[in-house]
Design a protein around this ligand. Structure first.
Ligand code: IMP
Ligand code: MG
Length: 183
């Protein structure tokens, strides 16, 4: 299907939001923190966030967790599985769990439970984008960059069928024939 990508959140706005999130996270974190990014979508956000955390006085340990993905679809299957576990020992530690988008809530609800079961002392969640209209499980993130409407987005690490992760901004995917709606 043909589509185009329309800018939604500029590079400048992203940078300001990342700095604000890092400041908020720094005020909530005490002691040793493990930052766990969810691969692949959160890789750029996590990279920027750890550098911003460092500017705000937090020296995080960094790890990633690989979960089952959407594949090439734009809808979550609702079932989450771990493809590659994190390596850091999180027992008794606080974790800052980072994802690109909070959508149905399945991914983060599952991952927070999983990390708590592994013995984390506390799990704070931080997402760049939140789509509250799409929630199917009760879950809210502790830290949110932007609340966005129910629209498929790409860029800044986020893909559509593995494309567009490299875009420096976040854009909306507009499929041909889709009716225009203003957020
Ligand atoms: P959830 O489990 O439904 O909350 O889905 C969260 C995951 O779905 C995120 O980690 C994203 O990778 C993916 N996702 C949700 N919305 C979008 C989107 O608009 N574009 C690309 N990926 C998305
Ligand atoms: Mg993801």
């Amino acid at each position: 299907m043909n589509y185009r990508v329309e800018p939604l959140i500029s590079q400048e706005k992203l940078a300001i939001a990342v700095d604000r999130l890092a400041a908020e996270a720094a005020s909530l974190l005490e002691g040793e923190t493990v930052v766990i990014g969810l691969f692949k979508g959160a890789f750029i956000f996590t990279a920027d966030l750890v550098r911003a955390l460092s500017r705000h006085g937090v020296e995080p340990r960094l790890d990633f967790l690989v979960l089952s993905s959407y594949g090439n679809a734009t809808e979550s299957s609702g079932k989450v599985t771990i493809l590659m576990d994190c390596r850091e020992d999180i027992r008794g530690r606080q974790v800052l769990l980072v994802d690109d988008i909070l959508d149905s809530g399945n991914t983060l609800a599952f991952t927070v439970d999983y990390l708590m079961q592994k013995g984390a002392a506390k799990v704070l969640t931080c997402v760049l984008l939140d789509k509250p209209q799409r929630r199917t499980v009760r879950f809210e993130a502790d830290l949110v960059g932007f609340t966005i409407p129910n629209t498929f987005v790409v860029g800044y690490g986020i893909d559509y069928a593995e494309r567009h992760r490299e875009l420096p901004f976040v854009g909306m995917v507009r499929f041909d024939g889709e009716k225009e709606e203003t957020p």
